[in-house]
Design a protein. Structure first.
Length: 299
């Protein structure tokens, strides 16, 4: 069965202080999304769609797109305001994209088969892609989705707050997901939700969280479009940074009985670059993976 990997790479990376999606991290200056595509191909995915800003196209092709196109089918989708409904007017002063639901919708014309969605600036681990591909390749109800769940303690940064979708799971299925916007790791190892201020609410380090590694079938696009349009209608025009987020949408669809979500648990190593200070750790981790033979000398 054909399966597609959709890579969200249009974010502005404001916390990182640069365009981290196309920043070299590997020993040969590989970018993180190259590792994801490599792992996806090994798992059996046969197409990749990069969601980018239009001004990123030439750079993406030069840095990795043209090289990858020799090994896997590559397509590009643009996340910009031209894809918004005709009735919607962008608030004056807004420059930020409308979030991950909008991003995936921008790829709708490119995706007619079961697909996975990931961030461009995260490393998800080899095992995760195999589990997701096996789920997508199996015959299943069109409303059945999946998410790869990571342990919260393996996804936080000592350098600042992160946003994670904290999940509740029963019998291998997601029950709900709570998007927590200010999770901090403290020097004593404590992890807390500090969105209402410190010291914050303690969180279980072994909780399963969303790192935006989702699996859907094409039927999701109709529900996604309806959800996004409802979001735009209710959005406060004065909030020029509001975003429509995948974990929040999934939680709403779950509670409405529109979808079910299999939780694909993994102990695979996850790491990502949220802050500039995270970069040395990521580079060292990638060097170790190459040295252990998980990846060849050059991807």
């Amino acid at each position: 069965m054909n399966t597609t990997l959709v890579v969200m790479a249009a974010g502005m990376a404001s916390r990182y202080g640069g365009n981290k999606q196309i920043a070299g991290m590997g020993p040969n200056n590989e970018i993180l999304l190259e590792y994801s595509v490599c792992d996806a191909m090994r798992a059996g995915f046969n197409k990749v769609v990069f969601i980018i800003r239009p001004d990123m196209l030439d750079a993406m092709k030069r840095i990795c797109g043209d090289k990858l196109a020799r090994k896997i089918r590559v397509e590009y989708a643009f996340q910009d305001y031209s894809s918004l409904p005709a009735w919607y007017r962008v608030p004056e002063g807004r420059t930020k994209p409308f979030g991950t639901v909008h991003a995936v919708l921008c790829a709708r014309d490119c995706v007619k088969e079961p697909f996975a969605v990931i961030n461009a600036d995260d490393y998800y681990g080899v095992d995760s892609f195999q589990k997701m591909h096996d789920f997508l390749a199996a015959e299943a109800d069109a409303s059945r989705a999946a998410m790869v769940g990571y342990r919260l303690k393996n996804t936080v940064s000592i350098h600042g707050a992160v946003t994670r979708g904290v999940c509740r799971v029963e019998d291998g299925r997601m029950v709900d997901v709570d998007e927590v916007t200010s999770i901090r790791l403290f020097e004593d190892g404590r992890i807390a939700d500090t969105s209402a201020g410190e010291p914050g609410r303690d969180l279980d380090p072994d909780s399963l969280v969303s790192m935006n590694f989702w699996g859907f079938r094409p039927a999701i696009f109709d529900a996604m479009q309806a959800y996004f349009e409802a979001f735009l209608k209710q959005a406060d025009p004065a909030d020029i940074k509001c975003e429509c987020l995948l974990p929040v949408m999934v939680d709403a669809l779950l509670k409405g009985g529109r979808i079910t979500v299999d939780m694909l648990e993994t102990e695979a190593a996850w790491f990502g670059v949220t802050y500039q200070e995270d970069r040395p750790m990521v580079q060292q981790s990638l060097r170790e993976l190459h040295a252990r033979g998980v990846y060849p000398e050059k991807l």
